[in-house]
Design a protein around this ligand. Sequence first.
Ligand SMILES: *Cc1c(COP(=O)(O)O)cnc(C)c1O
Ligand code: SF4
Length: 291
Amino acid sequence: MKLQAIPDIKELDEEGELDPMKEEQSNPSGRITRRYPNKLIINVTNACPVYCRHCQRRRLIGNADKNTSKEDIDISIDFIRNHPAIREVLITGGDALLLNNNRLEYIFNELSQISHVEVIRIGTRVLATLPFRIDEELACLLRKYRVQLSTQFNHACEITPEAVRAIDILVDHGVLVRNQMVLLHNVNDDKYCIQKTNEELHKYRVINYYLFHPKDVKSTKHFQVDISKGLEIMKHLEGRTSGMCKPTYVYNAPGGLGKVPLVPMENIDCTEDRYRFTTWENKIITKDFKH
Ligand SMILES: *Cc1c(COP(=O)(O)O)cnc(C)c1O
Ligand code: SF4
């Protein structure tokens, strides 16, 4: 776990880019990142309780903690108000739950008055890094605006009794909690480790949503893994655990081209005139094309 929190001399390696997702280039207004037609991100702060060494937004984080100004929040909300295609808004950072409840409520309230905004999602790692931030008051606030929550647990060790308490408060108040795990070399790039972590999350009613392949961000090269490793892990999870413990494995296409779901290669193959599938026990089955 320490690898996620303590700097490593390998971070001085200059390879990789600071912004491979070209988030800076998908910024139409305010503190917005928009890469898709009907959903976008607002960055509300660059502060986090713990600065993860593998962070994909390192370029924004660390030098000085700074919440986005009210002016920039308002500009971002105006953009959403003027773009009826936007049905979902992700509020993230840094860690969005480092804002105080008043500031959060201001944002939720403004967004909830925009009729085309159907879903508000918040991105936070406090469940793992500052679980005491979650209390009844916050859970009621999230419930009031039906805010859904995405978090990041990368290893079963992070699911401490304090984290479980935080998850319970949220879920008991009807807040959906989803996990977006990052595959990280020497932290969790092991099929049994990921199975165990996902099963623990499932047990505590967290939805296993994504397993992210690590992005090629500068100073995080020592966390890189080959895609074959991720595919092997996904293949392992099939049939050996609940479908609820099997997130979608995703590669973020460079240049801001979006998320690409990755599926073990043997699962489906189209050869000659038929599909060929490999089941979880490696039995081969075929199905004819429908002409
Ligand atoms: C990941 C991401 C989203 C949310 O995508 P989902 O697949 O709906 O979770 C939205 N906007 C940007 C720019 C993203 O990178
Ligand atoms: S909590 Fe998220 S944004 Fe903050 S340092 Fe960790 S990965 Fe980066």
